[in-house]
Write a protein that binds this ligand. Sequence first.
Ligand code: ADP
Ligand code: ADP
Length: 232
Amino acid sequence: MIKLQDIEKVYQSDNGTIHALRGVNLSVKQGEIFGIIGTSGAGKSTLVRCINMLESPTKGIVTVDGQELTSLNEQELREQRKKIGMIFQHFNLLSSRTVYQNIAFPLELAKRSKEEIDKEVLHLLELVGLSDKKDQYPAQLSGGQKQRVGIARALANHPKVLLCDEATSALDPQTTKSILELLKDINRKFQLTIVLITHEMQVIKEICNQVAVIEGGKIIEQGKVIDIFTQP
Ligand code: ADP
Ligand code: ADP
């Protein structure tokens, strides 16, 4: 479902040249929950943002669902990105829009009819367990509820891949568990491929099948979770 070949990412900044990714190769199968773990600054965020081309790699090939993304123009890329949903550490919800309107947003952008949007949003609200919160604003929600809205919004266009950028790092352990359970449910229900980045071993152990360890922009280890981490 996802293939990264020889990905390099170099940032030019005031402090000089930063080599964020150095020859990353990664292959994620359909339906897998793939974890990428590493310390702060290791390159996790850059790596996950290369999968949907929010960052363009300086070198290398990104392929998602059989389509090479690194060879596309902006418009073609916009189309392909509908296959890739993303959720964030700080949720990135629109504070002036209600829960319903936040989830409807990507469907409006995709020019879907009002009826279709209504049906889809109500279904998604039920899926994430927030039907009774649809008219509330993000500021009225707990962190876990905000992330549920983020997940519903990410699923609105029925993506094949869900990218999770430290999606539980702002949440307490119990809320983290419930969000990870929801991700597991969605993975099973829709055969959705999930890639998540985290600095927490526990998150990886909880839901991932496969894991890659990144350090200094390089994948230093990769394999089944049970083979990479010995159980406590
Ligand atoms: P992680 O997500 O593992 O914390 P990042 O991918 O955010 O790591 O960062 C990897 C390296 O790239 C770090 O040294 C970081 O400072 C640098 N970096 C990330 N984004 C940028 C940017 N937009 N401009 C310059 N340097 C960046
Ligand atoms: P349920 O029985 O709870 O409605 P289904 O598994 O029958 O769930 O799924 C049907 C619904 O799921 C449809 O409304 C469809 O729009 C939605 N759906 C299908 N694939 C996805 C996806 N990848 N992400 C989110 N929703 C999806």
